[in-house]
Design a protein around this ligand. Structure first.
Ligand SMILES: [Zn+2]
Length: 211
């Protein structure tokens, strides 16, 4: 895909985050893999004002091309592309319900079968590390082992996918699941689906191409 098309799709994805209500101000960020690196949203610019030239092209060794500074979280974007060849896009949010659970350092267990959308029987919560640091990137990668989404304690959430649509769909799903889990917790701790059932659901999602 041409870089110009990728830039347009990143802007569309970022603006769609606003429409879905999963973005908080300019606190999230979006990127997509391109030849030799990735293109990421800049730091501190509202999505409705984003122009193609505001996006920042980063190489895998951390050099940037562009007039803006990249999102302060570029490190975990880079490290995800580096370690997960199947991944083509990353969506990071501070969406309200996912972040509420993250502030409680609370992973999302298999309280609902759709947790399997993230690739397994839970959506882990990485321990707190300062935003923008290599340490945060490392704990995020660990929480994403065998998964396509995780929470970041006292911070937000990450969803990854084969392309931008895929990652955005999952970011929205994670927020919906976080909200449902939060709601069930208001009544009582929900029972959790067992690992055998969740493995079956993961397999079904794979079989039906639902990701
Ligand atoms: Zn963040």
């Amino acid at each position: 895909m041409k870089d110009a098309t990728t830039r347009e799709r990143i802007i569309a994805t970022a603006q769609r985050m606003n429409a879905l209500g999963i973005n908080q101000g300019a606190s999230g960020n979006v990127s997509a893999r391109v030849e030799g690196g990735f293109i990421v949203t800049p730091t501190g610019l509202p999505y409705e004002e984003l122009q193609s030239a505001d996006l920042v092209h980063m190489t895998m060794d951390g050099n940037k091309k562009g007039r803006r500074a990249p999102s302060s979280e570029w490190r975990f974007h880079r490290d995800i592309y580096d370690s997960r060849p199947d991944i083509g896009a990353v969506v990071h949010t501070h969406s309200a319900f996912a972040t509420t659970l993250a502030c409680l350092s609370r992973p999302i267990p298999a309280f609902h079968y759709e947790v399997a959308f993230a690739g397994g029987n839970d959506i882990r919560c990485a321990p707190y590390k300062t935003f923008g640091t290599q340490e945060l990137s490392e704990v995020a990668l660990e929480a994403l082992q065998g998964r396509r989404a995780c929470l970041l304690a006292h911070h937000g959430a990450i969803a990854i996918g084969s392309d931008l649509d895929d990652a955005l769909r999952l970011a929205d799903k994670v927020e919906a699941l976080a909200r449902l889990y939060w709601q069930t917790l208001q009544v009582e701790e929900p029972t959790i689906l067992d690992d055998v059932e969740m493995a079956r659901i993961v397999e079904r999602f794979r079989h039906y191409g639902v990701r």
